[in-house]
Design a protein around this ligand. Structure first.
Ligand code: GCU
Length: 411
């Protein structure tokens, strides 16, 4: 474990970024180039996934022995009659009687039906489901016992969920509290989904081989399982989304789970879309010595290389590349220098060759676009003016990206 001798300070000066080079995306570990789609699918993609598991996010937890989905509430005239709202309990059960439940909130347009299915955005929320909308009769989920905290009050984060716009554009919106998959704290392994798979003694301290981000990404995949069973949802048209640490989770979920045909990654920063080697704003090292978040957000081997990310055999552009040939939208915010917007852009740019291999469009230019101007179609980058947040302007671009893939035939 690092002992901090000199207090860590973020660098915000481009001139102080040490020179770095990226591991070559299109060369396999054994030195052979990736020339064909088959090389990518059968060799490079699996080896990159294995490296990201080993070094950053840990193994994806297995499927529970059984998942039972129960509709615990339905409102047919939600949001002034424009939406159907359901709360769906996902109960993960193991043969040894262990179980873990999470309630997902789902909205979709009233016009949706079994013969008129709609695409859906699935994501995790800070706080509980109730924070997303001002409707007063939503179950409080996540952070049980902290319901008097204004951060978790009904509608407290409604600005992040323009439900009306999403419905108007013909999409469903699903969300669940990230806290219900892994409470965001270093000592809560025994309250996370990992308790389904490991004995209690192993969960008293940090569980080797797994991470909190891994649990959140797993949660997104379980939401996708549940959505596959909602008759009004077109499960061939699912997007995942997430803000900040949940953007990191969305990126990791999208890399693993190819049912997400569009991956939306908002202000994800360090350990998300930002390049580890750029050393601007938050760094992996700071996550270990400064905030301590690294000690449970990531897999344990990361700690040994966090100070010298050039030792990592992977870089974050390769994580973005794992979305290929599906679509991915990487968003930053001008005031979010902590997350290093330029680096988030560069990652998306350097992921280009994997998309090109499938006849998809890489980002056209190595220079970031001006604020509020989206670039790219299969990989897209958008820098919103403003602070670290998920806002209607972000959603508007995510839905443009979704229109491009879901309103046409998915290739
Ligand atoms: C902190 C953390 C970031 C993270 C952010 C968030 O700022 O350092 O890595 O993305 O929290 O999740 O809001």
């Amino acid at each position: 474990m690092y002992q901090q001798t000199i207090p860590w300070k973020p660098n915000y000066d481009e001139r102080k970024i040490p020179p770095y080079s990226l591991p070559p995306l299109m060369t396999c570990l054994d030195g052979t180039p990736v020339r064909t789609q088959q090389d990518w699918r059968e060799k490079r993609r699996p080896e990159l996934l294995a490296l990201f598991r080993q070094w950053l996010y840990g193994d994806f937890a297995p499927l529970p022995d059984e998942t039972r989905c129960t509709v615990v509430s339905e409102k047919k005239d939600a949001r002034g009659g424009s939406a159907i709202r359901r709360e769906i309990r996902m109960e993960f059960r193991m043969k040894n009687e262990k179980s873990h439940s999470v309630v997902m909130l789902l909205y979709f347009p009233v016009s949706a039906s079994e013969t008129n299915k709609v695409p859906v955005f699935a994501g995790l929320a800070f706080g509980g489901n109730q924070v997303a909308t001002v409707e007063p009769d939503i179950m409080h989920t996540g952070f049980q016992g902290r319901n008097d905290d204004p951060f978790f009050a009904p509608g407290a984060q409604a600005r992040r969920y323009p439900v009306g716009d999403i419905l108007k554009r013909g999409y469903g919106l699903a969300l669940a509290s990230y806290d219900d998959f892994f409470p965001d704290s270093p000592d809560k392994w025994d309250q996370s989904i990992y308790r389904l798979f490991y004995p209690e003694e192993k969960l008293k301290t940090r569980l080797k081989g797994h991470s909190a981000i891994g649990a959140w990404a797993w949660g997104l995949s379980r939401m996708a399982d549940a959505l596959e069973n909602v008759p009004e949802i077109d499960a061939s048209k699912m997007a995942c989304y997430g803000q900040s640490r949940l953007g990191k989770a969305s990126l990791w979920a999208g890399a693993n789970d190819e049912r997400f045909k569009l991956v939306c990654v908002n202000c994800s920063g360090c350990g998300g879309a930002a390049l580890n080697r750029r050393l601007y704003g938050e760094t992996l090292y700071s996550m270990f010595v400064h905030s301590g978040l690294g000690r449970y957000w990531f897999n344990d081997p990361l700690e040994a290389v966090a100070e010298t990310p050039s030792l990592l055999p992977v870089e974050q552009h390769e994580l973005i590349a794992l979305a290929a040939p599906r679509r991915i939208a990487v968003h930053s915010a001008t005031l979010d220098q902590w997350a290093d917007p330029k680096s988030e852009f560069l990652s998306a740019f350097y992921a280009g060759p994997a998309f090109r291999l499938f006849g998809k469009e890489p980002l056209p230019d190595s220079t970031p676009p001006p604020p509020d101007t989206a670039v790219g179609s299969d990989i897209s980058y958008y820098l919103r003016t403003g602070a670290h947040d998920l806002l209607p302007a972000d959603w508007s671009h995510y839905m443009n990206m979704a229109d491009g893939v879901f309103r046409k035939q998915v290739k």
